[in-house]
Design a protein around this ligand. Structure first.
Ligand SMILES: NC(=O)c1ccc[n+]([C@@H]2O[C@H](COP(=O)([O-])OP(=O)(O)OC[C@H]3O[C@@H](n4cnc5c(N)ncnc54)[C@H](OP(=O)(O)O)[C@@H]3O)[C@@H](O)[C@H]2O)c1
Length: 258
């Protein structure tokens, strides 16, 4: 379905984004890889030499970066058919133990840049009457998480935005899908927390399975994809519990810090 098309993937230098790049390349899809670590992106571009790959270095915490990325695709003369807003990070720290720069950085990368890129790239997709946008949210979107409040709120924003845009853009031929992974084995958890809880470690999914679930959901035109039976159940259960229980439970499981 994506053979011969072009996908732009943010956060392609590691984890879920790098796995999506590999799977799309295997399906014959050309790529534009975006992240801060250029050497990682260059290495991935060399690995995926069967398709056309361009690399754009960008720090998406910079409010000007999304526009610069869009303009660079025009300079490169590349039409973006599939936008994958995957770049993101989260600190597992209480509100007051993080600097305002780190708190707002999560919002800038996880939400602001995603929104700006979505707006820039969907405009030509709507004109063409075809396009795909995959926004990487999280199961955290269903849980206010004491101890990880900003990250969870940023992912809730991504989920709500994606669900609304799924309906808003449906008639124009543009598919918008939110991918909501649970714990996934990537570099994310080493940044989010210093020490991984053993029970949480066991529940982690491999990044390639999460990437595949997201791409399949996008191709099937789904609004929301939650990979893994355990995480689907977790999300379903929130509907039947009082909100305060959900918040406390999330804080005790996901918001713990040493
Ligand atoms: N792993 C999990 O348990 C989990 C669970 C739910 C949701 N997610 C979400 O999945 C997405 C991918 O994360 P991952 O698990 O694959 O973690 P990862 O291996 O740490 O990958 C994160 C990617 O985001 C990029 N990134 C971070 N800050 C950036 C910035 N300021 N500018 C540009 N790129 C930036 C990183 O590239 P550079 O460092 O090279 O810039 C990297 O390529 C994130 O949105 C994350 O919130 C992860």
């Amino acid at each position: 379905m994506f053979s011969g098309k072009t996908a732009l993937i943010t956060g392609a230098s590691s984890g879920i984004g790098a796995e999506m790049a590999r799977q799309l390349a295997a399906a014959g899809c050309n790529l534009i890889l975006v992240a801060r670590r250029t050497e990682r992106l260059d290495a991935l571009a060399r690995e995926l030499s069967t398709v056309t790959v361009d690399v754009i270095t960008a720090d998406l915490a910079d409010p000007q970066a999304a526009d610069a990325v869009y303009k660079q695709t025009l300079v490169l003369g590349r039409q973006v058919d599939i936008l994958i807003n995957n770049a993101g990070f989260g600190f597992q720290k209480p509100l007051l133990s993080l600097s305002p720069v780190d708190q707002l950085g999560m919002v800038d990368v996880n939400v602001r840049s995603l929104l700006a890129l979505t707006q820039s790239f969907t405009a030509p997709m709507v004109q063409r009457g075809q396009g795909w946008v995959l926004n990487v949210s999280s199961v955290s979107a269903w849980f206010p998480i004491p101890g990880m409040a900003t990250y969870a709120a940023s992912k809730a924003a991504v989920l709500h935005l994606s669900r609304a845009l799924h309906e808003e853009l449906k008639s124009s031929g543009v598919v918008v899908t939110a991918l909501c992974p649970g714990g996934t084995r990537t570099e994310f958890s080493s940044l989010a927390r210093e020490k991984m809880d053993q029970d949480l470690e066991k529940a982690m999914m491999p990044a390639d399975r999460v990437a595949a679930a997201g791409l399949q959901g996008l191709m099937a035109g789904k609004a929301v994809v939650v990979p893994g039976a355990m995480y689907k159940l977790m999300v379903a259960v929130t509907r039947f519990l009082p909100g305060v229980w959900v918040t406390r439970l999330a804080g005790s499981v996901m918001g713990r810090h040493d």
